[in-house]
Ligand binder design. Structure first.
Ligand code: G3I
Length: 464
């Protein structure tokens, strides 16, 4: 049986530096923190050094674009088949299976030493019309047969399967798909059982959008996963698609990832993109970069958040503009394959600026005043874990020319660009959901840190 190739070798990762990033498309230059080694270590390698993968979805028509495939094959440790594993392609008529297009992608990924996520077995969309016509009494058998055939076909070649995709509405009710209507609530559990029987090793995921923050939809998925775990239904992971909007990353993302992980499942961010209203500007790019960094940090904060996949990596092939007219520029590479500030923010977050696993707290930075050559800021530390924490430390990297000369309600240690503020003793214990603040005065530009991280207890990241 074929097993996906071992991860590629790591390269040494270093500290952060500041650089000017010149934007393409006639935009002005903006300052951005990014790793000094960004030109040598790939996102895949940086993530691997953290025990995660960083990947991209792709689709068959793009594979004839050699500029595209060069980056696809070198920058990422993981690939998701963006379209051609869907039912429409793999079983276009009842009982006739075709994996030609899907295999083209899997073969390419394997030749590049990349792992592959399978996407997706049971979905109401991109479903051939014949499935709608299957009599109610036969649909469970048809669904099981489809899953068994496809999972068996790719057995040993995929790390994950998105077994069921997008089965819930925004209010947390079940989507009235043909499977829901003709089989009933049990179809999701039955799908997972069939997938496990066909490949005992692939990790089995439920995948959905708008479940990144805590709300009615993610609550419903949470309750389903909890009941599956209680009943022994074989679910291994939850995929949060993460089709996000710049400036609107859910504040509860990290807490939400953690609550799923606490159920005993892995979490993956499976289709990440962060769109903006066009046209791009330097300010929007900066906002988007901060958001990408925050998303990566949220994943790194929870040890069971196993990886992140972009929903393709270049604006040239993004799905966004065709579905959301007037919006786009959602990916870290532009349509000419130039890296945007978002790329550097991802790299910085994947680098040493990330929090220690199990950080258990969040740190939110706010500039409170600024003047020529200096500023003050307030940082809110919140316990987002499910138990009280005793002691915390917040770390971040200063941009060039920045320094911190005074801290209140916290204890400062600094080494060059690396800053750590620990609790002041009297504000170190935080109950579940509790928060406290510390403040500091800085010299230099009032840049907002892109890598601020919080860890409870005795955090391992201390200045060298
Ligand atoms: O293959 C036909 C081609 O023959 C035809 O000429 C062309 C004309 O428009 O259409 C092609 O099919 C398109 C297909 O992508 C392949 O490119 C469909 O119209 C188009 O609707 C389809 O869109 C896909 C979409 O899922 C369908 O819902 C996107 O590429 C794909 O990126 C997107 O991916 C989904 C995930 O699976 C689930 N989560 C949301 C995500 C974004 O919508």
């Amino acid at each position: 049986m074929f097993r996906h190739p071992p991860p590629r070798g790591r390269r040494t990762v270093g500290l952060l530096a500041t650089a000017l990033v010149t934007l393409s498309a006639g935009l002005t230059a903006v300052a951005s923190t990014h790793p000094a080694h960004a030109d040598t270590a790939t996102l895949g390698e940086l993530a691997e050094a953290k025990g995660r993968y960083f990947g991209s979805a792709t689709d068959n028509p793009e594979l004839s674009d050699t500029r595209y495939t060069r980056i696809l094959g070198s920058e990422f440790g993981q690939i998701t088949v963006g379209n051609t594993m869907k039912w429409q392609y793999t079983e276009p008529s009842r009982g006739r299976f075709d994996y030609t297009a899907a295999e083209e992608v899997v073969d390419l990924a394997e030749s590049n030493g990349q792992s592959v996520r399978g996407h997706t077995l049971v979905w109401h969309n991109q479903l051939p019309s014949w499935v709608d016509d299957v009599p109610a009494g036969e649909l469970l058998g048809v669904m099981r047969n489809h899953i068994t055939h496809e999972v068996d076909h790719f057995e040993g070649r995929l790390i994950h399967w998105d077994v069921v995709n997008e089965a819930f509405e925004e209010d947390g009710s079940r989507r009235r798909s043909v499977f829901q209507q003709k089989i009933g609530d049990s179809y999701i559990a039955e799908a997972f059982k069939a997938a496990r029987a066909a490949d005992p090793d692939a990790k089995l995921y439920y995948n959905d959008y708008n479940i990144e923050g805590i709300g009615p939809k993610s609550d419903a998925v949470y309750e389903m996963v909890k009941s599956f775990k209680a009943q022994g239904v074989p679910i291994d992971g939850v995929g949060m698609q993460a089709h996000l909007i710049a400036g609107q990353v859910p504040a509860s993302l990290r807490q939400n990832i953690r609550r799923f992980a606490d159920l005993g499942v892995d979490v993956a961010l499976t289709e990440l993109d962060i769109r903006m209203t066009l046209p791009r500007t330097a300010a929007k790019d900066a906002r988007q970069a901060t958001d990408y960094g925050a998303v990566v940090e949220a994943c790194l904060a929870v040890s069971r958040c196993v990886g992140i996949t972009l929903w393709d990596y270049t604006d040239k092939y993004s799905w966004v503009p065709s579905v959301f007219p007037g919006q786009g520029a959602a990916l870290p590479w532009d349509e000419n394959f130039a890296k945007k500030p978002a790329y550097h923010a991802i790299a910085a977050a994947l680098d040493d600026g990330s929090p220690t696993p199990g950080g258990n707290c969040t740190a939110t930075h706010r500039v409170t005043s600024r003047w020529q050559g200096g500023f003050t800021a307030e940082v809110t530390v919140e316990n987002d874990h499910t138990a009280p924490i005793t002691g915390w430390a917040v770390t971040w990297t200063l941009s060039d020319g920045q320094s911190v000369d005074h801290v209140w309600n916290g204890a400062l240690t600094a080494d060059g660009q690396n800053v750590t503020v620990r609790d002041a003793g009297y504000n170190g214990t935080l109950g579940v959901g509790g928060s406290t603040t510390f403040g500091f005065r800085g010299q230099g530009a009032a840049d907002v840190p892109t890598d601020m991280a919080c860890a409870s207890g005795q955090p391992s990241r201390t200045p060298a």
